[in-house]
Design a protein around this ligand. Structure first.
Ligand SMILES: Cc1cc2nc3c(=O)[nH]c(=O)nc-3n(C[C@H](O)[C@H](O)[C@H](O)COP(=O)(O)O)c2cc1C
Length: 511
């Protein structure tokens, strides 16, 4: 059963013993971060937290804040209404195996067909709970003469007694040196002006004032590509941001879906029910009818970029201010009983480790179709998403590990990976200690490593220039003839099975 609302998901988490309620007032300025950070760093990711009385500048907000809702393997599985993410990945893999593709383009097409198979196509409905309350925001920009005229403002369906401003929301100031408050789990909807294709991505939103924000879509992301086309055409770019609704929305927004494949298709597939979409009030983009909050607006290509940041980031460091587009708000709509979803990022492990891990599991079948020798892939928490990737392979010919490195660096957001370590099939890539043992034991550093160059994550503060960097691949597999190794490869130490069984019979597993 798909979740009808974010609140339904919170109820399911509470029933499963996965949610803690915080009933005392807690400040959205730094204090929620301190509590959530401790929780996220507790074994297995701790529990989801529901702050019932978050305060904004000392005043209790009308909206509770939920955080760390996807921050464990169990909660990720619950968000998909499954026993485990592996189970969902296996099912998607089986669907795609029906007719194995011969190239990446075919794999993408097949992924789209597979997603479509289970009534995954989104459908448009007239209205929904995200329109319970409608605030129209008349920003000064919407009256600029040289732009297409501002839309005819409709009358709000319900007049809300609360102040109609973005500053009313319990948006966190996460870390002491942050440049302000940031929406940290926003699902951002944009459209390719040439093809009409929709994209859903997660790009953080810095609050500048009650009607403008930053729009932190990084250079290589799909919405940034859409944006560049609007800038080239000189047309105002409609954008819609939504929060909450089914937990599959933020998951799909972060998933590395190929450009052109609608993330709502993935969300529909995962929730086993079509996503119902409603048209925005002030532009013609569509958002989920069951979202908790919707923030509508536009980007004006004639306006100069504005510094965004600093922000305490995934990397564990602050990202320094960089210029990004300014988003102008034209409307905010929300559920009457809206819950504000948030996360924090910072020194790992954090909630995003579990979100990223689920993505890797889900997309592993696609990697395997392109590279059948791949057994497993892990992105350890220390590598904050894609800095460090462990891959295990069934190696059958010389230099195969290098083929895998080059292949991965060429696939979507794997381009950001700084270090790829390839190990043999019997190494558990989810056990970092085991990988490090094989890495140090099985390599002659100079012979078994390569350096190359490529695009890097714009958040990476260590590269000499932004978005450009080098990459290192290490072949930690057993060396084959032809790989420059001329000695005998020694066997790994292993005890006889019979002896193990006998000792276990005598002393049990505990000794
Ligand atoms: C919590 C969280 C915050 C994120 N913030 C940003 C961000 O501010 N900017 C960005 O470009 N990517 C950010 N990402 C990563 C993107 O969501 C991710 O790369 C996604 O696949 C982008 O979608 P796209 O390929 O459709 O552009 C974030 C991911 C997570 C989990």
């Amino acid at each position: 059963m798909a979740y009808d609302s974010f609140n339904d998901f919170l109820i399911a988490l509470e029933k499963a013993g996965e949610l803690k309620r915080i009933t005392v007032p807690v400040a959205t300025e730094l204090e929620i971060t301190e509590i959530a950070d401790r929780e996220m760093k507790s074994p297995g990711g701790g529990k989801a937290l529901l702050f019932e009385k978050p305060t904004v500048n000392g005043v209790v907000s009308p909206f509770p804040v939920a955080i760390n809702t996807l921050g464990s393997h169990r909660r990720m599985a619950l968000s998909m209404n499954a026993n485990s993410v592996d189970e969902v990945a296996a099912e998607l893999g089986a669907l795609m195996k029906a007719k194995p593709p011969t190239c990446f383009k075919e794999a993408v097409k097949l992924l789209s067909l597979a997603l479509d198979l289970r009534h995954a196509k989104p459908k448009t409905v007239k209205t929904g709970p995200c329109k319970d309350v409608i605030h129209l925001v008349e920003s000064p920009k919407s009256k600029v003469e040289s732009w297409p005229p501002a839309p005819d403002w409709k009358k709000p369906s319900t007049l809300d007694p609360r102040p109609s401003t973005l500053l009313n929301l319990p948006i966190l100031k996460c870390w002491p040196l942050d440049g302000g408050r940031f929406i940290t789990l926003p699902c951002v909807v944009t459209r390719d002006p040439d093809t009409g294709e929709r994209n859903l991505g997660m790009y953080r939103i810095q609050i500048y004032d009650d009607h403008t924000t930053g729009m932190h879509w990084q250079l290589q992301k799909v919405a940034a590509r859409h944006g560049r086309r609007y800038y080239e055409k000189g047309e105002r770019m409609p954008v819609a941001i939504f929060l909450g609704g089914d937990p599959m929305f933020p998951f799909a927004a972060t998933a590395p879906m190929p450009d052109g494949l609608d993330e709502f298709l993935l969300a529909g597939y995962l929730r086993k029910k079509s996503v119902e979409l409603v048209k925005c009030e002030t532009n013609d983009l569509e958002v989920p009818a069951n979202a908790d909050f919707v923030i509508e607006g536009y980007i004006d290509p004639a306006e100069p970029l504005r510094d965004e940041g600093p922000f305490g980031d995934h990397t564990g460091y602050y990202t320094l201010p960089e210029p990004y587009p300014v988003f102008h708000i034209t409307a905010i709509t929300h559920r009457k009983d809206a819950v504000y979803p948030a996360t924090i990022v910072g020194i790992p492990p954090m909630e995003d480790f579990y979100i990223g891990g689920a993505s890797v599991k889900l997309f592993l079948p696609i990697f395997k179709m392109n590279f059948p020798e791949i057994v497993d892939i892990a992105l350890p928490a220390e590598g904050v998403f894609h800095n460090l990737v462990f891959v295990s392979i069934k190696k059958t010919y010389p230099m195969q590990a290098y083929k895998i490195m080059h292949g991965l660096w060429g696939m979507g957001q794997m381009m950001f990976t700084k270090y790829i370590i390839v190990v043999d099939a019997d190494v558990n890539v989810h056990n970092t200690s085991e990988v490090l043992f094989h890495l140090t034991a099985n390599t002659d550093p100079q012979r078994d490593s390569i350096f190359t160059k490529g695009p890097s994550d714009v958040l990476d503060h260590a590269t000499s220039e932004i978005a450009i960097g080098s990459k290192m691949g290490i072949d930690a597999t057993k060396k084959l003839p032809g790989e420059g190794f001329k000695r005998a490869w020694p066997p790994l130490i292993k005890m006889d099975e019979a002896v193990k069984v006998k000792v276990e019979k005598l002393f049990g597993k505990g000794i």
